[in-house]
Design a protein around this ligand. Structure first.
Ligand code: 48H
Length: 265
């Protein structure tokens, strides 16, 4: 095997800078922005991209996946209930098995990676290490996000403020998990009802509530996954992920319906 030994250091930098900036520039305007690359956000992004929408995921962590890799108490098994296992089958999760009637378990790392790969293969673009810090707002509703390198939030306070950049979209999906960060900042600044903390554990009710509360809470902004529970103060469910997947699915379908209606007008 002959490895290419004629490599110019500057070319490596040029390839990274040129290709990254082209993409970031391109996604300053898109159809949908999903904030958070956890289970609900990855499922939503996959469906949106499959339906031809220009979809960006902004994830502040370096590694996408959210709470998916850690199972319960760091034991990396992922549990889902029927019919959510179909979403895992659809992305080819091979370790999936029925543990009890209607209750499935699989390798959490395999599930997380394959769901993310499913979204990327469908055409969604992931921008990792970027944090959403605010929304763009008009009288008609929310029309994008305000974002910054996540590393900026770790800078000491005496360093000069680093202004963020703006990314416009027809819809924003808050899939930021327990903290519901997009809904939180929007509700504080715009002023709409937001509880901001999930309730104590009650699995059956929590799973139903996640899906029930997946909705457009303000024009242009949909909450899904744990962010939906926190927004409405619904109970938590611990390490079971069926409702997270189905909530991501519902958020995508609500977005598709809304954008279809807007197109008809
Ligand atoms: C960019 C951000 C920002 C920001 C956060 O926590 P997640 O896995 O979210 P869900 O709702 O898809 O899944 C929740 C599930 O993992 C869970 O925690 C469950 C089921 N808990 C039950 C219980 O009882 O405890 O992923 C959210 C993602 C993460 O990757 C964050 O890093 C990211 O969003 N994120 N990205 N800008 N401001 N805030």
């Amino acid at each position: 095997m002959h490895i290419n030994s004629k490599i110019d250091e500057a070319d490596i930098s040029k390839a990274i800078i040129e290709e990254y900036m082209k993409e970031l520039y391109d996604y300053t305007e898109c159809d949908v922005i999903v904030v958070g690359a956890g289970p609900s956000g990855s499922v939503a992004a996959k469906i949106l991209a499959e339906n031809g929408l220009k979809t960006a995921i902004f994830e502040r962590n370096i590694k996408p996946g959210g709470g998916m890799y850690v199972g319960g108490m760091l034991m990396n098994k992922l549990v889902v209930e029927s019919p959510a296992e179909k979403i895992l089958k659809d992305v080819g999760v091979k370790t999936l098995k029925e543990y009890k009637k209607g209750l499935y378990v699989c390798d959490a790392v395999e599930a997380g990676i394959k769901l993310m790969a499913g979204a990327i293969d469908a055409g969604a673009k992931v921008f990792n290490a970027i944090e959403t810090v605010d929304v763009i707002y008009r009288k008609t509703g929310i029309c994008g996000i305000v974002a910054n390198w996540h590393a900026v939030s770790a800078l000491p306070k005496f360093i000069t403020c680093v202004d963020p950049l703006c990314f416009k979209s027809k819809m924003v999906i808050d899939a930021t998990g327990h903290a519901a960060e997009v809904a939180r900042v929007a509700s504080e600044k715009i002023g709409f009802k937001f509880i901001g903390m999930e309730g104590s554990m009650w699995v059956e009710e929590a799973e139903k509530a996640t899906i029930r509360h997946t909705k457009e809470i303000y024009p242009g902004l949909i909450v899904c996954g744990m962010a939906a529970n926190s927004t409405y103060g619904a109970p938590r469910m611990g390490p079971i992920f069926g409702a997270m997947f189905l909530s991501g699915q519902k958020a995508a379908h609500l977005t598709l319906q809304k954008l279809k209606k807007q197109k008809k007008r």
